[in-house]
Design a protein around this ligand. Structure first.
Ligand code: IMP
Length: 196
């Protein structure tokens, strides 16, 4: 599929930065919703896919351009998959330092095994006049006992991926994170689709 311009349907700077970095090889113009003064879309869905579709299709209708939306979150086994689709709203006023403290508080009585968690990402790619395409990615790991590092965004300092060397995503370089992250994996599938 050939496109010249794409809008990242998000106002989350952490996500936009990671998506922009991974789309660099495409050599297309990548805009963010704010560049076109596009609004936030209300996330009324109960699944990552529903919310990703709402954001991509909602903004694509408004601006008439191909839109890529990411809905993602942290799912903790001991909390029955919470905060999941509500990960952004779990943090009071989107303050993720507070959100991480709350999470550590909820897990304080939990043994190491029950700290298993994963990040999930669903990307929805909406092109006016075409059917929306969906791409998924996931990374498994566990919740640390305390924050480590200050890289990345959101809950990164608390998430230790199984495939790593014991460091948290907050201690990963951006390329290292993109190579194994939920978002990186979903974006690889998206890139493969555009290149075929
Ligand atoms: P939403 O997709 O806009 O509902 O927001 C997803 C929320 O999940 C973000 O605001 C972060 O708190 C969290 N999240 C998603 N991906 C990541 C990640 O790669 N690192 C850390 N937190 C993430």
């Amino acid at each position: 599929m050939k496109i010249e311009k794409l809008v990242v349907a998000s106002h989350n700077q952490g996500k936009i930065k990671e998506i922009r970095d991974m789309l660099k090889p495409l050599e297309i113009t990548v805009l963010a919703a704010a560049d076109l003064e596009l609004p936030d879309v209300e996330e009324t869905g109960t699944t990552f896919e529903e919310n990703a579709r709402l954001k991509a299709e909602g903004l694509s209708k408004l601006c008439g351009l191909p839109c890529l939306a990411d809905d993602s979150g942290l799912c903790v086994d001991a909390l029955g998959g919470r905060p999941g689709v509500y990960s952004a709203r779990y943090a009071p006023d989107r303050n993720f330092d507070k959100g991480m403290e709350m999470l550590l508080g909820e897990l304080s009585a939990t043994g190491d095994k029950a700290r298993k968690a994963h990040f999930s990402c669903v990307l929805a790619f909406a092109v006016p006049g075409s059917e929306t395409k969906i791409f998924e990615g996931r990374v498994d790991g566990r919740i640390a006992n305390e924050k480590h590092g200050s890289g990345g965004f959101g809950y990164d300092p608390l998430f230790i991926p199984d495939e790593g060397d014991g460091r948290s995503f907050g201690e990963f370089g951006k390329e290292e994170k993109n190579a194994i992250s939920h978002r990186g994996r979903a974006l690889k599938k998206f890139l493969d689709c555009l290149n075929n």
